[in-house]
Design a protein around this ligand. Sequence first.
Ligand code: PFF
Length: 452
Amino acid sequence: MNQSSRDGFTSSFGVLVATLGSAVGLGNIWKFPSLTGANGGAGFLLVYLLATLLVGLPVMIVETMLGRAARANAVSAFERVAPRRQWWWKSIGWMGFAAALLILAFYSEVAGWVYAYVFKAMAGQIATTDPQIAGAVFAELVANPLSALFWQWVVLAVTGSIIMFGVAKGIEAVTRKLMPLLFILLLVLCARSLTLPGASAGLQFLFSPDLAKITPAVLLTALGLAFFKLSIGMGCMLTYGSYFRDNQNIPVTATRVMFADLSVSLLAGIAIFPAVFAFGFEPAAGPSLVFMTIPAVFTAMPGGTLFMTLFFILTAIASVGAMLSLLEVPVAILSERYGLGRKRASLTTIGVVAVLGVPAALSASLTSEAKVFAMNPFDLFDFLSSNVLLPLGGILICLFVGWVYGLPEMARQLSNDGALRNRRLVSVVFFLVRFVAPLSIAAVLLHGLKLF
Ligand code: PFF
């Protein structure tokens, strides 16, 4: 199928920013620092880097490729590219459907905290460098069921109204304006954090690895983060790939997105950890880490209130780009397979997420004791999606491309029918997705889940 009959990205730059908009989000600013802090710092970072390069990037390339080859949503794509009788490959798309809804359920809650912090920053309520006060402000927000739900619904209303406009006028138009601003603000933040007295302890934590801290569970968490960060293993990159232009250089685009995404995460880490150590916060604080340290860094600089407000606005915006891509997975499936129409598909998805989101939003209050495998709903949704469904989807995508789709077709697709000279690169990616990625994901998954 050619690109003109469907909605899609309109320029090469549009493809890049939208894809980057999917990758960059709360994962960089909230998840990466809190997981790095909770898992011992530099050792975790090292494993995360390896997982991103050896597994994340190749999976991202082939997943995007499948989408563009099929020009369809995550489920229908496998019907188009798989051999006739192998109908089961489309279960990858359905797993992605489920993963998208689970992620949205807790992601929308964290985005809600960010929205709330925009107003708190403006009102001067978080202008403190005292860990105790900062912790109390955060606890008050999340422990109140009404405010938790209210902010989540605001997030769903905002993202729901953008997604209805479609790919070019909704997703692309919004992300191309906002990504550059986020970069600049992060740089300002890093400069302030690095010049705080005692900043070096934070850098040491982030950059000098202690290999003893790398356990099987840490490996699984790092791998899960690599998948989550690059929005892979669940049909999201596949869906975006289906909107790519015919002449887009997929390996180059994916590599650029990966490096840009990594830089945002590292900048966030450099902005946060020196401050954690300078002001005596606890690096292992978990999900609350960012909401306490970022205000502290800003409070300690001139014009703090203004910058702090701007920072949370931009983080809110970054979360929008990622959420749009998450929403696009079910929206594309519902609208293309069931003829629902863009509007009804969007409303249905938002409705389902609003319901699924309730237990996640109330995890610090009413549902805190509703534990499955010792996790409250928020943690459970996060764990099931990032650490189980995404890696599993990743293995299946690798097996499909490496053993069914095959090298000749992959080389044709990734070279844009011979227009690009990238045969050697394609062979390396093929080797990684045929052997290295599925085996290492399987080992880490089984070991991390304590199945062997
Ligand atoms: N990559 C996004 C982030 O790091 O915030 C989250 C995400 C978006 C995960 C889209 C999965 C996805 F399909």
